[in-house]
Design a protein around this ligand. Structure first.
Ligand code: HEC
Ligand code: HEC
Length: 476
């Protein structure tokens, strides 16, 4: 019997833990209670504010960008409450902040369990919004994470799995049936077939708090950090390398595989991929939808040369500014369920270093000088990532390659803000119901994982020490 914290609530429930793959090791009891993830830190939301150093004018652009980030898009912009324009023909959701929501606009996947006012998984709602006729696939559930899907390999028109790599994002929903898309008929992907063929993988949203700091870390800083502690890393089997842009050769750093260069590029791509809104960065409609499903001229989002000030900007420019100026999440020892002592959290921070989590999750990287604001300039960004990709073994492999990141390689996930997150790992497999952070840590171990040595160290900790480490993570 293990105590499973119910996210956001102070009362836990007793239940038997049964985990696929037997990844959660049954440890000998130490002091009675077994270590558990205390759950989403309650109390004040410590993320979503702007950097404190912005000028009055920059604050104006930040706020404008935030409003755009939270705006709901429809096909034509004519549905009440959905003023944005350009949704579809394929899409995964209808607003940036529907997916980037927890614990505030810019964050990661929301859940019905954690904050009831956010409501259930927004993908349930958008499936039938404006009378759309989508089927909700089995992997989208009310209390599960927001997901996007990729297909590792191409499936032939006859439904046969080939060995030709696909790897791209396939939109879950279409605008078929929506009142603002008359005459459009476009089928969703055949997820039943894809699941039968074991040819669908998932990605959950990565939070964008502190994204401007991440963007402004010099390549030389990332490489110097990569080369530090070389002997210890080699002994533990940790290597890691940057993912790089095929265009200018610099280090890419956004996304689960560090596949994307900048906030602006990610934004343009996300607007077209997640919401189907063509824009000046990605001006063409995706897929080969019939013309009856294409309702707008392209790009659907553009610079308004007939306007001035914030009105002049495209949404894409507004989103980027908003994200670039978002402050990093502030750590806190307040509001952690179970009230761990400050001492426990401090012990946990020390143990994080002692078992060498920090060899990948680098606590601090310094940013370069910034021409935008002092808050981005020569700052110690406490992101807990080396921004490199590492082999994480067969258990985490998603069989998708992106740039220099191979099938089982992922960016060391930045840990700032995990204290207020619900779902963990690239596909959201670690949930409040199956162990949360503890499950996420155990899943690092697997055949071919660079983290095996460190996880073996972690497994030698006493239950109290593991608890301290989990309490520390929930303070971030
Ligand atoms: C359907 C849900 C969904 C919507 C809507 C969405 N995103 Fe995302 N976002 C994701 C997922 C999933 C990822 C991780 C993708 C990956 O790495 O494969 C992500 C990652 C990102 C990242 C990378 C951050 C990092 O450090 O890795 C940025 C930036 C981003 N999104 C911006 C946006 C913007 C701007 C919008 C609105 C135009 C948006 N997203 C809309 C799901 C969504
Ligand atoms: C070899 C490098 C490496 C080591 C060592 C390592 N991690 Fe990670 N960590 C990663 C990578 C890469 C991911 C993302 C994996 C994925 O999503 O598939 C990750 C993900 C996580 C996550 C989930 C974060 C999220 O955004 O979902 C947590 C929590 C975490 N690590 C904690 C730890 C702790 C605690 C330790 C030490 C016991 C540790 N890690 C050791 C590389 C490492």
């Amino acid at each position: 019997m293990t105590r499973i914290p119910k996210t956001g609530a102070t009362v836990g429930i007793l239940a038997v833990l049964s985990l696929g793959g037997g990844l959660l090791l049954a440890q000998p009891q130490n002091g009675g209670s077994r270590a558990h993830d205390p759950g989403v830190r309650a109390g004040a939301v410590n993320a979503g504010q702007s950097l404190s150093t912005l000028s009055a004018e920059q604050i104006q652009f930040f706020q404008d960008g935030q409003i755009r980030f939270m705006e709901v898009d429809s096909v034509s912009g004519t549905i009440p409450g959905e003023p944005g324009k350009g949704l579809g023909p394929g899409f995964n959701s209808n607003s940036c902040s529907s997916c980037h929501a927890q614990p505030f606009a810019g964050g990661s996947s929301p859940s019905a369990n954690a904050y009831p006012y956010i409501g259930p998984n927004p993908q349930i709602r958008v499936a039938s919004d404006a009378s759309a006729l989508n089927t909700i696939p089995s992997f989208i559930t009310a209390d599960g994470p927001v997901r996007e899907t990729r297909f590792p390999f191409v499936v032939s028109p006859g439904g046969r799995l080939t060995q030709i790599p696909d790897g791209g994002v396939h939109d879950i929903f279409t605008i078929t049936g929506r009142t603002d898309a008359p005459g459009c008929t476009l089928a969703q992907p055949d997820y039943e077939l894809m699941q039968q063929l074991n040819n669908v993988i998932f990605r959950i949203p990565t939070p964008v708090f502190g994204a401007g700091l991440m963007e402004n870390i010099a390549d030389s800083t990332i490489l110097a950090n990569m080369n530090a502690n070389a002997l210890l890393k080699r002994r533990l089997g940790i290597s890691g390398h940057p993912n790089t842009s095929g265009n200018d050769g610099t280090i890419t750093r956004f996304g689960w595989k560090a596949q994307n260069k900048s906030l602006e590029v990610f934004t343009g791509e996300a607007y077209n991929v997640e919401m189907g809104v063509t824009n000046e960065l990605f001006p063409n409609e995706r897929g080969n939808a019939p013309s009856a499903c294409l309702f707008n001229s392209t790009p659907e989002d553009f610079t308004h040369f007939d306007q001035s000030g914030t009105e002049l900007l495209s949404d894409a420019a507004g989103f980027s500014t908003f994200m670039r100026f978002l402050a990093p999440p502030a750590p806190s020892t307040q509001g952690i369920p179970g009230n761990p002592t400050a001492q426990s959290i401090q012990n946990g921070g020390n143990l994080f270093v002692q078992v060498h989590c920090d060899l990948c999750h680098t606590p601090v990287l310094k940013t370069a000088g910034s021409s935008l604001t002092s808050g981005l300039s020569n700052q110690n960004a406490a992101l807990f990532s080396d921004l490199l990709v590492h082999h994480m073994g067969d258990g985490l492999s998603d069989r998708v390659s992106q740039g220099a990141a191979g099938p089982d390689e992922f960016r060391t996930a930045p840990l700032w803000g995990v204290g207020q997150r619900i779902f963990f790992l690239h596909d959201g497999r670690a949930t409040p119901a199956n162990g949360g952070l503890l499950r996420a840590i155990q899943a690092h171990a697997g055949q071919g994982s660079e983290a095996n040595g460190v996880i073996a160290f972690f497994n030698t900790l006493s239950e109290q020490q593991k608890q301290d480490l989990l309490n520390f993570l929930r303070s971030l």
